[in-house]
Design a protein around this ligand. Sequence first.
Ligand SMILES: [Zn+2]
Length: 342
Amino acid sequence: MRKPLYVIGLAILINSCASTKPVKQSSTNTKTNQPTKTATPKTPQPAAAKPTIKSESGYDFYKVNIADASKNDNTISYGSIVSANPNGYKVVKSFFPAVAQNFRQKYIILHYTALDDDKSVTVLTQQSVSSHYLVNSHSDREIYQLVDENKRSYHAGVSSWRNDTSLNDTSIGIEIVNAGYKVDSSGIKIFPEFDNHQIKKVGALVKDIADRYMIPPTNILAHSDIAPTRKQDPGPKFPWKQLYEDYQIGMWYDAPVKDGFLSQTTPENFAMQSGNSEFIYSYQLALKKLGYGLEASGRVDDATKKTIEAFQYHFRPENYDGVMDAESWAILQALNQKYAAK
Ligand SMILES: [Zn+2]
């Protein structure tokens, strides 16, 4: 069997992929893809140097893999490589990993089930909703996987964040067993606490997923963030601040920056401006800039109230009355300053 060589598929590759640095291969295909010792340069070649090409049976080959692993380590990283198995043909896996690629998994969305453990498993495995992972209520070491990470699970529904919609396509969904809210006699939603062992499971799980797919803090979100008019989960008892501090997960504001914004106005001045349409318009725009799917109208409509409530569940959980008060406004500005949309 001849040594693996690399077919030149496109002439443009000669000019655009000048690196002769050998590609680090995953442990699964090290043997088949490793360049020969004689073909491996000991020192990096100048950028303009062309890689060595060899002709064989009328085809031109590179003698080493010209792809630059440092630019697309997605290929050499995680999980299985799922390939076709066409009848009568062989899919060759000693390939050029393309630079132009990324992960499909861009978001992690957190939920609570509003059901107990048994019902959560039944509903999420037997009905029309599902999630990739289910964190049970037990203080054991188990986290259930219900759907392969490369497949879609049906957890987000109609949803949006920044320029993305229908986030089932691009997210990993995590359901946490929790009873969900009850409405008290005065109409206030009362949410139950999460057990700390659940939060530890969620922290470790989200950290692992975010690291593997390089998911940015702005894309680790509550179901209520991406569907604020429909959803409340995982609610204000979910400890986003703790996860940010203990696991570097998701977004959180810097307290001194928030205090700086807060000090720019007095309670009296804030109360005076809070009802005017110019101010309403500006905080609607700020919510939209952070990521919420809200249209700026200058009027406090139902969608605006629910979006503020969702924002407060996540970032100011002590009071989630859906009113843009001075502290919520300062936190929103501090977040936008830190996590500007790219
Ligand atoms: Zn949900």
